[in-house]
Design a protein around this ligand. Structure first.
Ligand SMILES: [Cu+2]
Length: 525
């Protein structure tokens, strides 16, 4: 189901109608009614530190200090739309990009300067979003960062306007594109939809030693979908259940690139590096070029792949990143559209005529990704991804291992130990599962009998052979697509820090309604 071309009120959206009827309380803007490709693609600004402060544990070292103000702003999504009210980090949506070197720590003060009222529909029946809690609150998590628990942005560590949290990120990890976003318990889907997301690029000497496109030829691309009303304002659909506006998924009809609807980018006829983030609440992207040309994927969530993968379609689930090399050298003078499923345009590339010098190369081997042997695992955890309906069948809750957020901790890996997590998906949806603090590898996916598993006392009956990860997933990951009717196995070394973290589905509507669990990394005894 894709939502291109919808403009009518009271429209039911099949993908969302499974459990609650989703209603459009007002007419939504039809992106097809707008002239495409009239706004240049915004190049995300890079955040600048305001000062340098002594590093925790080593006062002689100084680390940059960034103050990232979180404020309500108005900005133009498209030339022919009115300014849209959004919530911005460091004055833009997506927020300013943090850039750092591996091993170079940084302080970030996330300052909540939002107004006192929320402009999106809070569901007070969700755990963590009860009516007595303040409507406006935030806490920012750095997705993919190996960071002490106190700076991870725990969902209950939210704070209200006028307060801030200052986190120190050690950045002791390889080059990768991380991203920050709101993680507030019960309203995270609304805060991210409002605009609270941005990038953090970690660089290192290994990656910089490769002659990949850089500078103006390396372009981060943050993609997500939204609905807008006829006044150009963000619209978040609600359920048909009075007092319970939560919906199980959101698939907006407007796809934005770096915060603009249907922008264009003028490019030279040469190689570019596009660092793609799927920052959508629930939409999976499958990106291709209207020219039919192939491109190379050189990296995934946690950095470079062992070798480039040639693709015609790049798939990224919510939370995942794809690091792409696109070569326009054979397309001088052409206009090429970056498309999602159903040929829906995302943006346009206008390739300049002529020839340019391009000494960037993509090496045939990029960075070793040493396989973690299954024999290293000290524990295998079967973890069911399931869902329960309420008595009236008008609501559904997706759960990890049948446990709610507030139940006792069940996942408690030991620091530096290796575990295999088996994500046993008995639902009809693909769930992108994200573990905080760690990176991992995908072992395989295997079809199984979900009915037997649920009804015959966890009987495991396989319906196929194990399928290895796709080549574009065969690197270091922090988010993995757990497909329906499949057991997805990942192998994780819990390196980093002792403390309380979370693991969750990155479909934000699921995460806000219990598809998230705390986990503890415990000290070696
Ligand atoms: Cu999910």
């Amino acid at each position: 189901m894709k939502c291109g071309g919808m403009s009518l009120a009271l429209l039911s959206v099949p993908q969302m109608a499974r459990h609650r009827q989703v209603t459009m309380a007002k007419p939504v803007l039809d992106p097809n009614s707008l002239t495409p490709f009239v706004d240049p693609l915004p190049i995300l600004k890079v955040a600048r530190p305001t000062e340098f402060r002594p590093t925790p544990g080593d006062a002689k070292q100084k680390a940059p200090y960034y103050r990232m103000a979180i404020r309500q702003v108005e900005s133009k999504i498209h030339r022919d739309m009115k300014p849209t009210l959004q919530w911005a980090v460091d004055s833009s949506v997506p927020g300013a990009t943090l850039e750092t070197q591996s091993g170079q720590g940084m302080f970030v003060e996330w300052a909540n300067e939002l107004p006192k009222s929320h402009f999106l529909p809070i569901d007070h029946s969700l755990h963590g979003a009860e009516a007595e809690k303040p409507d406006v609150r935030t806490v920012i998590h750095m997705h993919g960062a190996r960071v002490p628990a106190a700076a991870d942005g725990y969902p209950e560590d939210w704070y209200v306007p006028g307060k801030s949290a200052t986190y120190f990120y050690p950045n002791m990890q390889d080059a990768a594109m991380l991203w920050y976003h709101d993680h507030t318990l019960g309203i995270n889907r609304l805060n991210v939809y409002a605009g609270l997301l941005g990038l953090c690029i970690v660089r290192d000497s290994f990656e910089s030693g490769l002659s990949l496109p850089s500078g103006k030829y390396e372009i981060p691309l943050v993609l997500y979908d939204r609905f807008f009303d006829q006044d150009s304002q963000l619209y978040y659909p609600v359920s048909s259940v009075p007092g319970k506006p939560w919906i199980p998924e959101l698939f907006g009809n407007a796809i934005l690139a770096n915060g603009k609807l249907l922008p264009y980018l003028e490019v030279d006829p040469r190689k570019y590096r596009f660092r793609v983030l799927n920052g959508a609440n629930g939409r999976f992207f499958h990106l291709s070029m209207s020219s039919g040309q192939t491109f190379q994927q050189i990296g995934t969530d946690q950095g470079l792949l062992a070798a480039p993968v040639t693709l015609k379609i790049c798939s990224v689930a919510p939370g995942e990143r794809g690091d792409l090399i696109v070569d326009f050298s054979d397309h001088a003078g052409e206009q090429i559209v970056l498309k999602n499923d159903m040929l829906l345009p995302v943006m346009q590339f206008r390739v300049v005529k002529g020839k340019v010098n391009d000494d960037c190369t993509v090496p045939s081997t990029l960075r070793p990704v040493p396989k973690i042997a299954e024999s290293e695992a000290v524990k295998t955890r079967p973890l069911m991804l399931g869902e329960i309906s309420d008595l009236h069948g008008d609501s559904v809750t997706m759960l990890l291992n049948n446990a709610h957020w507030s139940m006792p901790i069940t996942e408690n890996p030991t620091l530096d130990s290796v575990e295999i997590w088996e994500l046993i998906n008995v639902t009809d949806d693909a769930h992108p599962i994200h573990l905080h603090m760690v990176k991992f590898q995908i072992l395989d996916r295997r079809r199984f009998d979900a009915f037997a598993y649920q009804n015959e006392n966890s009987l495991l009956r396989y319906r196929g052979n194990p399928v290895p990860p796709e080549p574009s997933e065969a690197g270091w990951k922090d988010t993995v697509r757990a497909d329906p009717g499949m057991i997805t196995r990942i192998i994780v070394k819990f390196e980093g820090y002792v403390g309380r973290y979370v693991w969750h589905c990155h479909i934000l509507e699921h995460e806000d309604n219990e598809m998230m669990r705390p986990y503890d990394v415990v000290a070696k005894s």
